[in-house]
Design a protein around this ligand. Sequence first.
Ligand code: O2Y
Ligand code: MN
Length: 595
Amino acid sequence: MNEQIRSWVDQVAAMTRPDRILICDGSEAEKDALITESLASGELIELNQQRMPGCYLHRSAPHDVARTEHLTYVCTEVKEDAGPNNNWMAPDDAIAKLTPLFTGAMKGRTMYVVPFLMGPPGSRFSKIGVEITDSKYVVLSMRIMTRMGKPALDHLGDSNDFTRCLHSLGDLSPDRRFIMHFPERNAVWSIGSGYGGNALLGKKCLALRLASFLARKDGWMAEHMLIIGVEDPQKRVRYIAGAFPSACGKTNLAMLLPPKALPGWKVTTVGDDIAWLRPGGDGRLWALNPEFGFFGVVPGTSRRTNPTAFDMIQRNTIFTNVALRPDGTPWWEGHDDPAPAHALDWQGRPWTPASTEKAAHPNSRFTALASQCASLSPEFENPEGVPIDAIIFGARRQRRIPLVYEARTWQHGVFLGATLSSETTAAATGKVGVLRRDPMAMWPFCGYNMGDYFTHWLEMGRRAARPPKIFRVNWFRTGESGRFLWPGFGDNLRVLNWILDRCEGRGNAVDTAIGAVPTIDAIDRTGLSVSDADMIELLKVDPADWVEAVATQDELFRMFGDRMPKALIEEHDDLARRINAAITPADLVGRDNGA
Ligand code: O2Y
Ligand code: MN
């Protein structure tokens, strides 16, 4: 055992006082023992093993069902380094606040020591973490989401270069819940939650918040992005990275099945949530997925919406907070099967279709190995990652934002990312359906001042001689009656194909105030019943409708004071000028410009 890990484990044990310490090796035998113990303690419920072998249900505490951003802190020595995008506490104050909560927290419990590797084994870009936790569910989930145990220890050798991730369930009370990040000390302390990103510390805490901080220092990028390969009928594969705010369909897009009307096309999955990008010697940006599994939203996942994910979760999957049918199989809203006459809801209470509450929690999740994903890219384990042709920024917007448009330059693309905003969903606590600014989909995950983060993005574009082209997409635009104008799902490939055409100097577009928008026939609609009128609506850029958007972008940028890069302020001013030039007085008569 690595001496540095051993001495840290001793320190933590002296504080948390567990009854037992288990150093996890990630083996099958260890997994089986943890499952047996979890079934006995009720932390897991066995699902129907004939129908769904290796599948289990976990019910989290009812008040512990989503990431809790108001309890998540970035603890830098200087407050401004965390920025207005993060809650901040001085590192020593945070340690002083959490030490009493961790003291004796593991009495009567086992302390698990979980070494894990983020990124492919043997990759010079991979990072090591060690999570100490008192939750068996966390260990079993980390075994799916990361390369856990031996590959991590082999990669680490006797080095001290690992992230110290300390986690305890505590008493699961939101009043004593904190997720504290210490970027300058390469550490995370999390207590009071056993749920997802609050507790599986390799994911949002290490691979995004701490990694983004490290990435700025070391000249790379840690982004909230999916990575896909798009293979054309000639078998040429090009790669797209896409940033979308939480629960905007990244997993579905990452596993896209092409429509029948586009024979010979194929999408392969490199990642569905996190991308680490670096400039390669060829001047391009190369991306890898540091994760080993998928922690996807369950409601809405079906053979119709995402057959690849649906098949993937029929075995060796941990379900969290879904409903349980009498035959021992899980069910959720949006499942292909109709609602069962009787079930237990996500809290284990009797449920019938007449119940007023949902059977599955809207943020219920599956945790499944990437290796079970039929569309997994053959490059998934490539230690160098894949070269990115295009970056897309997407969000959930019913109005104003066209189906797709292209940035004029890298700098303009950074502006498109910086001004991303989305209608909220259930992935984090808070109101659903309100418009929230989410630059680069990183607002909850950027581990430092976002003004500096924008500067870093601009710098990365300068460093890469052949940076990807940048696009904005919006599959969620609605018509007058609230009907989605674009079918979404597999047909999104049609939009991706226009994007890839544009990357090669093809694909028709018109220049508008906001960027280059496809001409009405530029996106292939073969076999698709989207009318010309809907297409016009989908691609419409209404300058009058953009006036207020431009004003609110200004509010966001002002938050960052002198940390805000001038280049993006210039982009903003340029947009304002272009919008004003495009507007006619008649456009503004009797308009409601609500955001
Ligand atoms: O991590 C959680 O607790 C739920 S939210 C989530 C889960 C998987 C991937 N992304 C997210 C997110 O909020 O972006
Ligand atoms: Mn995410």
